[in-house]
Design a protein around this ligand. Structure first.
Ligand code: UDP
Length: 238
């Protein structure tokens, strides 16, 4: 049996991860592929919590820049994350994989309320827990919600799935000489202003010694490889 470096992980998926090549919404094929990759980890006995974003549907900050009240717009953004969470749960279910959606904003007809101890019980039973509605508070992001839930559930690491294969010293899309870090400290991420997660999320991980693994979700089995300790992506720690 493979020895894994991390036994309980909190995976942060941006809403865009469900969007595929489209510019809006949820692509069922991409969502199914993602769910299959995550199911593999769960089948290995690793406890998986997921925080999913909502940027493929609605972003509070963008709407407030267009004149909408920020808090109102953020609540709409949080509702968008619930739609993504339900789509993910559906994809898990279609593969016979048990999952729960727990929302930070109560909507008992569609999902469970977030109750920390109940979430821990689901995880211990091997069920995938999808945390929806971010932190439940406006003016935050789902990155910060992911850092918060990772700390709350005692995850061994926070994995941030992105479209790039780690953290670079500059944007690798614009600068072909950009250098990728294998490891980097929280302090350096914050001081250099690297766009890994927002500063609130990074600081919360720093304060609680929560390692952040940034990796490319598009590479099949990248998550499993990172869990086995292979040098996939970039690890942020003290
Ligand atoms: N949001 C919020 N509080 C939270 C998490 C999210 O208000 O704790 C809102 C915010 O408007 C944000 C939107 O939900 O723009 C979608 O989340 P995010 O932008 O983090 O999604 P992602 O970029 O990961 O898809």
């Amino acid at each position: 049996m493979t020895e894994y470096r991390y036994q309980r992980v909190l995976l942060k998926l941006s809403g865009e991860a469900l969007m595929g090549e489209s510019s809006y919404g949820i692509d069922p094929v991409v969502t199914e592929r993602l769910a299959r990759q995550i199911k593999k980890i769960s089948d290995e006995g690793i406890e998986v919590g997921i925080v999913v974003g909502g940027g493929n549907i609605f972003r509070g900050l963008a709407a407030s820049a267009d004149g909408m009240d920020r808090a109102q717009a953020d609540y709409m953004g949080m509702l968008a994350t619930v739609m993504n969470a339900l789509a993910l749960q559906d994809a898990f279910e279609q593969q016979g994989c048990a999952s729960r959606v727990m929302s930070a904003i109560q909507m008992n007809e569609v999902c469970e309320p977030y109750i920390r101890r109940r979430a821990m019980n689901h995880l211990a039973k091997g069920e995938i827990v999808i945390f929806a509605a971010g932190s439940g508070n406006p003016f935050f992001t789902t990155d910060t919600a992911a850092a918060l839930r990772a700390c709350e559930i005692g995850a061994d690491c926070l994995m941030k799935a992105t479209k790039v294969d780690g953290i670079y010293d500059s944007d690798p899309v614009r600068n072909e000489d950009a250098i990728r870090f294998d490891t980097i400290s929280y302090h350096e991420v914050l001081v250099r202003g690297l766009q890994v997660m927002d500063a609130t999320a990074t600081a919360l991980c720093q304060d609680n010694n929560m390692p952040i693994v940034v990796l490319n979700i598009e590479g099949e089995d990248n998550i499993l490889r990172a869990l086995s300790g292979e040098p996939v992506g970039t690890v942020v720690f003290q």
